[in-house]
Design a protein around this ligand. Sequence first.
Ligand code: ZN
Ligand code: ZN
Length: 137
Amino acid sequence: MNEIVNCPRCNELYAKNAFRDVCPKCSRSEEELYQKAYTFLRKRENRAATMERLVEVTGATEGMIHNWIRKGRLQPAQFPNLGYPCDRCGTIIQKGKLCASCVEEIEKGLQKHEREQAFSQVREEQHQQTYLGRRKD
Ligand SMILES: [Zn+2]
Ligand SMILES: [Zn+2]
């Protein structure tokens, strides 16, 4: 059963599905903008276009362009000046969900958490041993 929701772009009601974040009308107009952006970027002299330039030329929003890159419809490897924001801090990145420094921070955080868990486990075992030791007396 498709859920009936308001299109986030034009506010019209439509049946939401897994492939569409917006109503058919908006998705069609977004598709046109995508084709425009794609055609523009395919020209060698436009490969190094910035986000600002692309927005200006196509009339697409930054959000749309971010989405196309995220979904792999525009390959940042070919367009060195394009990217999308890191989920955590908003730095422009070209792959994954997070920028390198956020990944590093999260990994550090996880390691710390693991160390703490291991430590509290050891303490618990020691505590149990002490307890059992006492019971033997
Ligand atoms: Zn719409
Ligand atoms: Zn980040």
